[in-house]
Design a binder for this molecule. Structure first.
Ligand code: 5AD
Ligand code: SF4
Length: 435
């Protein structure tokens, strides 16, 4: 009988896509997907360590698995992702019931363990990882993630990622091109290029190529209708990229550009490499070049040393820029990072109050912006049925806003024209426009 695997993913899109690769390795090895924990012969926890909360979720899940394994001693447990890389073999000491630990740059090594070899971890440097072709078993058939660069060289003072995902490694243009070509042949319509900092793309490659060049190449692939990318570092966002976004019709009018703080003093302590003014100029250039571009961001409240005055700069930045959406977080202490040693850590209560103020302010801005879309005609890519209302279909605008609508099953996977009728905080409601 075929063996079965189950993957539980924590964290970001990078992890979601890594889990698709992990599923791909299992499939190649003859495993089938289990319907849940109880049916599985192998369970993989693909972990996230970006904030303490994410880490705690993993530990509580692991506790649950301990009980399941007691009833089913043949169950194998593997730990993948950022906590696996960071804690390494120490995890075996605390949790001896773990069978295999592998890091984000060693997904290819999973096969060695699955096929019965005696290895119990894969955490070593894997310099060839970026040229390995790991088949992903993708979740949907319409939109797909494609990795273009692994790791991060930035060492922002709060961030654990450079310690868990290692140094930047770009994939070759030809490998990325072939992967997307094959996705187009399978009927995928939209791709999202993934990297911690896509703007660094190409730096370690033998040929001279940068991110806008890559976009131009991918743009040629027939069948792909929409191209997105995450994440862009503001410091590395070039005029050339802004021009490419302006000139390449398939590149969607949306950019995620994490600002983190509106205070120059905090940005400097964070090691972000830009001032608020420099960031603001890039936003202006984007808005001038790309009509109606949606801009989203990440904010951290209560970074060490953040005074009320610094915080007010962030509030002012939000009011001035008027983002389409934000992700905001309380600063969380992470092992190995520079920020740990900074003076004047902010009380948790203050971090929470500031977070709430930021989120409340953004709600009014997001709602105001959504209301402005009423009666507009927009194009959406229909993704499937809405999770909250099974009678409705759901899709996204090119600016990445969710639109629900009534429609037919045949609309799924298609680009259709919609008139926006209603605007809510987190979604829009529209109707098909006959063309
Ligand atoms: N504490 C809080 N937020 C963090 N982020 C990264 N590290 C931390 C941390 N230690 C946030 C940043 C980043 C996003 C992915 O997560 O805003 O852009
Ligand atoms: Fe972390 Fe900064 Fe790299 Fe983003 S750019 S992954 S925040 S170190």
């Amino acid at each position: 009988m075929n063996k079965k695997y189950h993957i539980h993913t924590f964290g970001c899109q990078m992890n979601v896509h890594d889990s698709e690769k992990i599923a791909g390795v299992f499939s190649e090895t003859g495993y089938q997907e289990a319907s849940g924990f109880n049916e599985a012969d192998v369970i993989v926890l693909n972990t996230c360590s970006i904030r303490e909360k994410a880490e705690q979720k993993f530990y509580s899940e692991l506790g649950r698995l301990k009980k399941i394994k007691k009833n089913n001693p043949n169950l194998k447990i593997a730990v993948a992702g950022c906590i696996a890389q960071q804690k390494g073999g120490k995890l075996f000491e605390r949790f001896p019931y773990i069978d295999f630990i592998f890091g984000p740059n060693n997904i290819d090594k999973l096969q060695i363990w699955v096929t019965g070899n005696t290895v119990n971890s894969a955490l070593e440097d894997n310099p060839d990882y970026s040229i390995k072709l790991i088949p992903a078993k993708r979740e949907g058939r319409i939109r797909a993630w494609v990795s273009i660069i692994y790791g991060c060289n930035n060492f922002c003072a709060y961030c654990v990622v450079p310690f868990t995902r290692g140094r930047e490694m770009s994939r070759r243009v030809s490998d990325i091109y072939n992967e997307i070509q094959s996705l187009a042949e399978q009927g995928f319509k939209e791709i999202t290029l993934l990297g911690q900092n896509v703007n660094s793309y190409g730096k370690n490659l033998k040929i001279t190529v940068d991110f806008p060049d890559l976009l131009k190449e991918i743009h040629k692939i027939e069948g792909i209708e929409r191209i997105r990318f995450v994440t862009s570092h503001p410091r590395d966002l070039s005029d050339k990229l802004i021009e490419a976004m302006r000139d390449l019709p398939k590149v969607c009018e949306h950019i995620h550009l994490p600002i983190q703080s509106g205070s120059d003093m905090i940005l400097n302590l964070m090691n972000r490499g830009y001032t608020y003014k420099e960031y603001r100029i890039k936003i202006n250039n984007l808005r001038n070049a790309v009509h109606d571009i949606a801009i989203t961001t990440d904010i951290i409240t209560g970074f060490p040393g953040e005074t009320e005055e610094d915080f007010q700069h962030t509030v002012a930045a939000l009011s001035e820029i008027e983002y389409d959406g934000i992700f905001a977080f309380k600063y969380s202490k992470r092992p190995d990072t520079k920020a740990l040693d900074l003076p004047n850590h902010v009380e948790d209560k203050v971090k929470s109050e500031r977070l709430k103020k930021i989120l409340d302010l953004q709600e009014t801005i997001t709602y105001k912006k959504n209301i402005r879309l009423k009666s507009e005609l927009v194009e959406i890519l229909v993704e499937g049925y809405s999770e909250t209302d099974a009678n409705k279909l759901t899709g996204r605008t090119r600016t990445n806003k969710i639109v629900n609508l009534y429609g037919e099953k045949e609309d799924i996977g298609k680009l259709i024209k919609i008139k926006i009728l209603e605007a809510k905080l987190h979604s829009l409601f529209g109707e098909k426009v006959l063309t």
